[in-house]
Design a protein around this ligand. Sequence first.
Ligand code: BGN
Length: 348
Amino acid sequence: MAKDRSGSVRPFLAWTARMWSAVALTMLVGGCVLLQSRSGSSSSARTPKDAVVRQERAECGRLTEKEVKKRDYLPPCPATPPGLHGKLKVREDVSLEEAVQDLADGVGVGGSWAPPDCVPRWSIAIIVPFRDRQPQVGPFLYHMHNFLQRQQLNYSIYIVEQEGTELFNRARLLNVGYLEALREGPFDCYAFHDIDMLPEDDRHLYHCSEQPRHLAVAASNHNYKSSHSLVYNKYFGGACLMTQDHLARVNGWSNIYWGWGGEDDDMWRRLSFEDLPVWRFPANIARYRTIKHGPQVVNNKRYQTLKRNTGRYPNDGLSTIKYIVKSVVRHPLYTHIAADIGTPLPPS
Ligand code: BGN
């Protein structure tokens, strides 16, 4: 699927056409407030879900065919975005209201955006697993919208919240976010992004390539020690980028890690089994400020579970996840998906 667009892999015209259908689609889907309840597993509910999406598009569409055509005349965005700042200030004190006031005018309802004056090189879905972190929503959205817009990306932000009181299952939420975003895409690139990770340099370009990419190389919670050497080289947590093709090959994320830790190591293993080496930007650019938060409940079984991953991933992931989408609400700066993602299996 998505090839590196900086190369000459694809004929320019085909690329332009595909990119614009993605832009148009994102804008059409992003244009309304939607509250609904539907159930689904990744495989069984395909047809009814697609029918719902088609209906939403019909009801919420804002761009006329003529308007979409007009955008065909725009030039492609430059390979190096012209408005980058380099090192960024991170503001942890922005309220959601302030972020909305500052940014909502230019952003499509549901948190979608595309540069108005050029054809973006990449479309990207930002998928954020979430529970009990309300104070971090404002700083995250404020920072990320500014950051992604300066990179001239076509993006949509999805915050996926776990319903109920079970232990947090980050990886299931990532699978849900991916499958739901895919229905509105496809996007060239999927970012799996913790809400407390704020990039500190906008030369850290969010784009995909043939290899999966780890983003959160050096973070303040690890005193900016690079994961190449000082944290541990197989670190894949915090924030990463993958394509639809990568996700299909590894069957997405494991569903069986309840509580903190291990699910990112499991993904690393999946990628190694598929001979997909991970790449990273240098640590002086791939830097993140981590917003402080309370303690998390650790998954004490994570080492055990991880050891059992000796290739079991075809039977644990996107193909097997069962979940119920409780609501999808298009807020001014993000789409909120609330999901029932089930419970852990009782110990056998
Ligand atoms: C690791 C965790 C990761 C987590 C990072 C954050 C484990 C499993 C045993 C290897 N992994 O230790 O899940 O993202 O810390 O620093 O605990």
